[in-house]
Design a binder for this molecule. Sequence first.
Ligand code: PAF
Length: 271
Amino acid sequence: MLEASRRWRREGLSIGLVPTMGALHAGHLRLVEGACRENDRVVVSIFVNPIQFGPGEDFDHYPRDPQRDAELLAKAGVDGIYEPTVAAMYPPGSSTLIHVAGVSQPLEGQARPGHFDGVATVVAKLFTAVEPDRAYFGQKDAQQVAVVKRMARDLDFPVEIRVSPTVRELDGLALSSRNAYLTPDERKAAASLSSALRLAAEAYAHGEGKPDRLRQILKERLEAEPLAQVEYAEVVNPETFIAPGSLAVLAVRFGRTRLIDNHDLAKVFPG
Ligand code: PAF
C-alpha cells in the first residue's frame, strides 16, 4: 500500500483512509462515500485486528466476507483495499503497544481491558502504511474516536480525523457488524438502546440537565426490556468520557451479543 500511496502523494493527490474490520454494512459505506467526496484517492483497510479482542471475545467468530466486501467497495469506487495478514501486521517479535492514557480507561476501557491499546496500535500502523490526509470513523464508536484523535495528536500524525453520524435501522438500532449475532427476539429488544437515547434527548430538550435523572431515564427504559442486561448507561464528556457532559453512552448485552450506542443529548435524536 505504501508504494501506491507514495505515488499518489508525489502526484499531489489527497488520500482518504477508511479503517474497517470488514463485514461491511451501510454505516461503513457512508464513511466511504464521505472519503470519496473529500479525497482524490480512497483506501479502505480490512483487518480483523486480533490484539483489540480480549480473551473470550468474538475474534474467531467475527463475521468475515471478503468477496462481498470487495464487490461493495468496487461499486463504491474506492482506489485500493489494504488487507494485511496478521503476520504482516504483527511479525514475530512485535512487542510495541500504544496506550492512550485517560480517555481509554473508563467505560469501554474498563469493560474491555486492552481493547483501546489494540485499536490505537493498529490505527497508528494503518496511518503509517497509508499516510492518509483524512481518516474516517463512525460516531457509533464514540470512545474509539476520542482515543484515535488523542493518539493522532500526541504522535503528530498529519491526518484529519473525520467522524460520520451513526447509521440506524428504521427502528433506530445502530448498524453494527455484531447485529448479525442477534436472535430475532434479541433483535427486537435491541431497539431499546435507541429508544432510551431518544427519551433522554427529549428530557434534555425539555430542560432536564441533572446527570442522575438522565442516567435514570436511560436505565429505566433499558431495564424495561427483559432481554437487556445493562453494562453501563452514563452521560459523559465526549473528549474525556467521564461525567459530567452531554454524551449519553450505553453498553448492553442481549444474550451473548454486546451492543454499544451513544447520542449527544444536546442534539435532536434522528428519525
Ligand atoms: O472500528 C473498527 O472497525 C476497528 O476498531 C478499527 C478502527 C478498524 C481498528 O481495528
